[in-house]
Design a protein around this ligand. Structure first.
Ligand code: NCD
Length: 310
């Protein structure tokens, strides 16, 4: 069960995490070749089932599948029978009848991929479920950090933003802790889930202090739909306290890297000067996304004993 799907980071053991990262290294090189395709998943079918908006995640799963020679089909809620009121279970049963090998699912409800996994014989990959987890994002973030810093152990990683509603933060906190990083989370108190310390993270509400001596500054998107709620007054106010600009960046280690999962709100959680500056690895994260998703598809849907590139 655990090795058939990728549903969350919380229940993944460290050895499996390292296997995903090491395998992604092999596929990273494939994407830099002239011919960016290997026959590994020939004859396999991958369905991308996206019930929420996505640019990077959906595109990179599609490209990952195609670079592995799988047949990739994209289904999104608008334009599918979901918009006619079909239930998730009915949608899955119908797709199941077409015998896919992998279902990649993004859904606004936490736990939707776990539900789908109970009703299909395909492998299920969680591409983001509600406020719960986004495992491939955490894997690509770890891959990017590891390539930049060599190792993750003992690094100080500061994750800043609306931690309560961030599946990116949750998956990263689990993964980075498992690999031995010292994780700090920072944001307004209204955006910190109670009991977050139990994940083994240090909690800050002063951004400059949270950034002090950090190796990695990871920014989260401020979800504009939540603005005006009680969480914080205005974008300007938020930006002044928790936006990453040069002043706070200078508190981190001189060789610190800046990360953001995208989509960015330029001028809100991150200053364009920093987002486009020399310490930013934001587009490296996107490149890593394809390699990590190729590794995920191969490890879940490849034949036993099959090598990654043939
Ligand atoms: C994130 C998501 O959708 O969870 N984006 C992504 O997958 N790169 C983060 C976000 O939307 O804020």
């Amino acid at each position: 069960m655990t090795n058939k799907h990728l549903l969350d980071i919380e229940t993944l053991d460290t050895q499996r995490i390292v296997q995903f990262l090491d395998t992604a290294e092999v596929f990273f090189d494939v994407s830099r070749r002239k011919v960016r395709k290997v026959p590994t998943l020939r004859g396999k079918t991958v369905i991308n089932l996206f019930f929420e908006a996505s640019t990077r995640t959906r595109t990179s799963f599609e490209i990952a599948g195609k670079r592995l020679s799988a047949d990739v089909v994209n289904v999104s809620s608008s334009g599918s029978s979901v918009s006619k009121g079909e239930t998730l279970l009915d949608t899955v049963k119908n797709l199941e009848a077409m015998r896919p090998d992998v279902l990649v699912i993004r859904h606004s409800s936490s736990g939707a991929p776990h539900f789908v996994a109970k009703h299909t014989t395909a492998s299920v990959i969680n591409a983001g479920d509600g406020t719960h987890e986004h495992p491939t994002q955490a894997l690509l973030d770890a891959f990017t950090i590891r390539r930049s810093k060599g190792s993750i152990r003992d690094l100080v990683v500061t994750i800043t933003g609306d931690v309560t509603h961030s599946r990116v933060a949750r998956s990263n906190a689990h993964l980075l802790a498992k690999l031995g990083a010292r994780v700090r989370v920072c944001g307004p108190r209204t955006m910190m889930p109670p009991g977050i310390e139990r994940l083994g993270v240090e909690v800050f509400d002063d951004f400059a202090r949270a950034a002090e001596g950090a190796d990695v500054l990871m920014m989260l998107r401020i979800q504009r739909e939540r603005m005006g709620e009680v969480l914080f007054p205005t974008a300007r106010e938020y930006s002044r306290q928790f936006g990453l600009g040069k002043r706070v960046l200078a508190m981190a280690k001189p060789d610190a890297i800046v990360m953001h999962p995208g989509p960015m709100n330029r001028g809100v959680e991150i200053d364009p000067e920093v987002a486009d500056g020399p310490q930013s690895v934001i587009l490296d994260q996107v490149e890593a996304g394809v390699a990590v998703r190729m590794a995920t598809l191969y490890l879940l849907a490849g034949e036993a004993g099959q090598s990654p590139l043939s």
